[in-house]
Design a protein. Structure first.
Length: 501
């Protein structure tokens, strides 16, 4: 099965990457040159080859993007929600038409398998744009009858907003931030992660082609420094960040200077709990996806797998048998299950955690390093450690790679307490056929998202975001509208002011 992939790409070898022009900034409805004179390059993680050079935005470029966004906002917010919705619907259609092209760019930039990118990344982004296109015309306030007097509320856009993305789902993150922002009448200046710059500008092309006015969605390229310029900019009313917890703390602190609205989608070290009555094969499927999909570079992954003692041996046996059959290699090959990690630095970081696990005395079940026979590209085998304890560093810290920790437990109370014993609170999985227990444990877990007998399903209709240090605010669903609008109360008097003096 080629996952719907055009045969022309099936089997395309790792080395393939047509020459690309230098990637410029996207401001005011088109590509423009940065005035910084500085560039960086983006690399194909599967081949370590440079894909193309990218222009690094200067602080003046961020200024230019905000000025353009202000002009775009004036035109865009003057439209009705229905008019904005029609345009955004067109953008969703164009994203679907460009799915294969954009999915392939995402594979080149991230190293993730084409089988994932072609079925999830771009299409889920299109679903998001379409969902908020439908919501644009439904935004409204309330009316309050005050006995002669009356009041009403207006749900108004914030103005120019800022989006800062992470590198694991570049175009999906750009859609998750820009679609609700634009549907509410805002403009957005967006910065993709410096490791994956390619597809955000293509989203800008799509918005322009669909009829979004110039300046409403601008893309600046660069690293933390460009992000810091956005957070400091007085013309940006809100920042939505997807990134590490440490970055979230820096952004929140810096945003205080201009008292910006902030929403943060950060990291996690989520528990995946398998009770003694669970369907073991289903739980194994979930554990594999929750640790090795996108090479484990998924924030909500269930990387602490708690298995009831009574089924532990059976679970580990079935897990190892399936993990060892996973195909690692050319991300452009539709048969590939596990692609390359995003960068040399991240590759070494993940290998470091694997060494840490060994040194801590955890038992290696399968994987454990670079796949034999692959000496180029930042590939790590799907790795499972057993006999782990809660205090091991690789069990408490987010690795963001294909490394699973299996732990055992005896009672529900014990496992809930251990699952919650973390600074994170992004997600959790509960595997049981006891209905009451499933809902009881879901209520007891400190997590923004809990999956019962499944994992990592994030339809656009449901809110996504973390408890504790995993984030602030929610993306997707109607919840995101709250983060991209502000409420104004208007009081209308029917008589004169009743002044006692
Ligand atoms: O994050 P980084 P990465 C998390 C995931 C992991 C991390 C990986 O759990 O922890 O993201 O992505 C910019 N001021 N999530 O390595 O390094 C930087 O340029 C302003 C959670 O990219 O934090 C980049 O664009 N900006 C998520 C972005 O911040 C700054 C899903 C993120 O960089 C900055 C996916 C600063 N001081 C990944 N420093 C979820 N919960 O949904 C860096 N940046």
């Amino acid at each position: 099965m080629t996952h719907g992939l055009d045969q022309a790409w099936a089997g395309r070898r790792i080395g393939y990457a047509e020459p690309m022009d230098m990637l410029r900034l996207y401001i005011d409805g088109g590509y423009v040159d940065s005035d910084s004179g500085q560039t960086f390059h983006t690399v194909n993680p599967a081949t370590e080859a440079i894909i193309t050079e990218v222009q690094q935005a200067s602080d003046a470029d961020v200024d230019r993007a905000v000025d353009s966004a202000r002009r775009g906002f004036a035109e865009w917010s003057a439209m009705t929600g229905a008019e904005r919705g029609r345009i955004l619907n067109g953008a969703a259609r164009l994203l679907r038409e460009r799915n294969e092209e954009l999915a392939r760019l995402e594979v080149l930039d991230t190293g993730k398998p084409i089988a994932e990118a072609i079925t999830v990344d771009v299409l889920s982004g299109a679903d998001c744009v379409e969902y908020y296109a439908g919501m644009a015309a439904t935004l409204k306030g309330d009316h309050y009858d005050l006995g002669g007097d009356f009041a009403y509320t207006r749900r108004e856009p914030l103005g120019v907003t800022g989006g800062i993305g992470a590198w694991n789902y570049p175009i999906q993150i750009a859609c998750w931030k820009s679609a609700p922002a634009l549907a509410c009448g805002n403009a957005m200046v967006f910065k993709p992660a410096e490791l994956t710059p390619l597809t955000a500008a293509r989203l800008a092309e799509v918005y322009t082609e669909a009829g979004v006015p110039d300046g409403v969605f601008n893309v600046v390229q660069g690293d933390a420094r460009t992000g810091q310029a956005m957070v400091a900019h007085p013309g940006i009313a809100k920042i939505s960040l997807t990134g590490e917890v440490g970055t979230g703390k820096k952004v929140m602190a810096a945003a205080a200077a201009t008292l910006k609205h902030v929403t943060l989608e950060l990291g996690g070290k989520s528990p995946l709990i398998v009770f003694e009555d669970a369907d073991i094969d289903n739980a194994v499927s979930a554990a594999l996806l929750a640790n090795f999909y996108t090479q484990g570079e998924v924030c909500s992954n269930g990387t602490r797998v708690f298995v009831h003692e009574s089924i532990h041996a059976d679970f580990i046996g079935r897990l190892a048998a399936r993990a060892e059959k996973m195909t690692i290699g050319d991300p452009l090959d539709p048969a590939t299950d596990v692609g390359a990690l995003i960068s040399e630095g991240h590759f070494q970081k993940v290998l470091g955690y694997i060494d840490m696990a060994r040194d801590a005395g955890a038992r290696l079940v399968c994987g454990g390093g670079r796949p034999p026979g692959i000496d180029r590209g930042w590939f790590v085998e799907p790795t499972v450690f057993d006999q782990c304890t809660d205090d091991m560093r690789f069990v408490t810290e987010e690795i963001f790679g294909p490394v699973m920790a299996v732990l055992t437990f005896d009672s529900e109370d014990e496992v809930v307490a251990r699952a919650n014993d973390t600074v994170y609170g992004l997600a959790a999985g509960v595997f049981t056929n006891d209905l009451a227990r499933g809902h009881r444990v879901a209520a007891a877990l400190d997590a923004g998202v809990v999956w019962i007998n499944t994992y990592n399903l994030t339809p656009i209709e449901i809110p996504f975001g973390g408890y504790k240090q995993s984030g602030i605010g929610r993306e997707n669903s109607h919840a995101a509208i709250e983060h991209y609008t502000q409420l104004k109360s208007v009081y209308v008097a029917s008589g004169d002011v009743d002044a006692p003096y």
